[in-house]
Write a protein that binds this ligand. Structure first.
Ligand code: PMP
Length: 363
């Protein structure tokens, strides 16, 4: 036992595992385990990133002025209400450190995004995981879990890893039922992929001044997971707090240049959304036809339920044999499931063929 110990809550954190991209002995890898965009990096973003190489001796603009202006223009938002981060993960952590901490509670749904639990424990919050209905956040149960110590409520919408989505009316009902001193964080990392019409990423609630913030990312549809770029849209008083706690140069210069260029890439989002909707449906239907349970998803991934942990493990091994890397869900308390990112048409077809063959052999 070392004599130097961190705060006890930190020892309860399981390190986040992600980004794996190798299988020993397999040459051609198809990585469908991190919900990255299907089409790689937008070409304009690659060029913009490369151009910044000649200026790496300079510190970046610590206020991310040009990037915030580009985000504001693209999404119709006031740039003064935006803070950028080194991935939205950084902003999630900053919000929890600023508003949570020892003696406070953070409320999330049972299979909500894992970073809320990790960052909550890091900050010393008591993390309350609320039971769901059909793997979907249950507004009444979440409201019932809120107590006098609750400072933060997190909702990923759509949620990772379940793919579930709460309609705008339900999110508004959640906000309306929370005390004013509770910050509602709407994590809309997968907003662009949603095709249901009753969706709202949270903009209106932020603007209504209800102590609600919205986090977004460049890691998914904008194809920039590797540069680490996210942003938060928030009321002015929360922006002020985030600017106090974030690192002074938390977003690097090539990342900002790539982000601005990605926003300007013609037809990128439209093409990606159409492809994702088509292959999310085809993969879901194909896997269901093969006898695998598939939860309805509004993200760029699906959750495939094999019924037992053993069968999910065997399915994962069958996929790995063909170079297909997906995400096992044991760490999310879903050991019977695999989360599969929607890749290119060819990649989705490979998954479908492999799992159809696996189910034939398994039955
Ligand atoms: N929120 C959700 C729901 C996510 O799935 C992810 C990525 N796994 C993130 C936030 C973090 O994204 P970023 O790359 O911007 O840190």
């Amino acid at each position: 036992m070392p004599t130097l110990l961190p705060r006890p809550s930190i020892l309860s954190i399981e390190p986040y595992v992600g980004g794996e991209s190798k299988i020993p002995g397999v040459n051609r890898i198809v990585k469908l385990s991190s919900n990255e965009g299907a089409f790689g990096v937008p070409p304009g973003a690659q060029a913009a990133y490369a151009r910044l190489a000649a200026e790496l001796h300079r510190y970046p603009d610590g206020s991310a002025t040009a990037l915030r202006a580009a985000i504001g223009a693209r999404f119709g938002l006031d740039p003064a209400r935006i803070v950028c981060g080194n991935g939205s993960d950084e902003l999630i952590g900053a919000l929890i450190l600023a508003y949570g901490g020892e003696g406070t509670e953070l409320v999330m749904s049972a299979h909500g995004f894992v970073m809320y639990d990790i960052a909550g424990r890091y900050a010393g919050c008591r993390v309350i995981k609320v039971p769901e209905r059909d793997l979907t956040a249950d507004v009444d149960a979440m409201l019932a879990a809120v107590g006098p110590r609750t400072r933060l409520v997190f909702l990923a919408n759509p949620n990772n890893p379940t793919g579930s989505m709460l309609p705008a009316g339900e999110v508004a009902r959640l906000r309306a039922g929370l005390p004013e001193e509770v910050l509602l964080v709407l994590d809309s990392a997968y907003a662009e992929y949603v095709t249901r019409p009753d969706y709202d990423p949270g903009t209106a609630l932020v603007e209504a001044g209800t102590n609600t913030v919205m986090t977004r990312t460049f890691s998914k549809i904008f194809g920039l997971g590797g540069v680490r770029l996210g942003w938060c849209y928030a009321p002015a008083h929360v922006i002020d707090i985030l600017n106090r706690v974030r690192g002074p140069f938390n977003v690097n210069a090539p990342a900002m240049a790539a982000g601005i260029a990605a926003l300007a890439e013609p037809d990128w989002v439209e093409t990606s959304v159409a492809h994702n909707a088509e292959w999310r449906a085809r993969l879901s239907e194909g896997l269901r036809a093969a006898g695998i349970g598939v939860h309805p998803s509004e993200g760029n991934f699906i959750l495939a339920d094999f019924g037992t942990a053993e069968r999910a493990k065997a399915a994962d091994a069958a996929l790995k044999q063909r170079g297909l890397i997906v995400r096992m869900m044991g760490a999310y308390a879903l050991p019977q499931a695999l989360r599969i990112t929607i890749g290119t048409a060819e990649e989705c077809t490979m998954v479908l063929d492999a799992l159809t063959g696996f189910m034939r052999g398994a039955n």
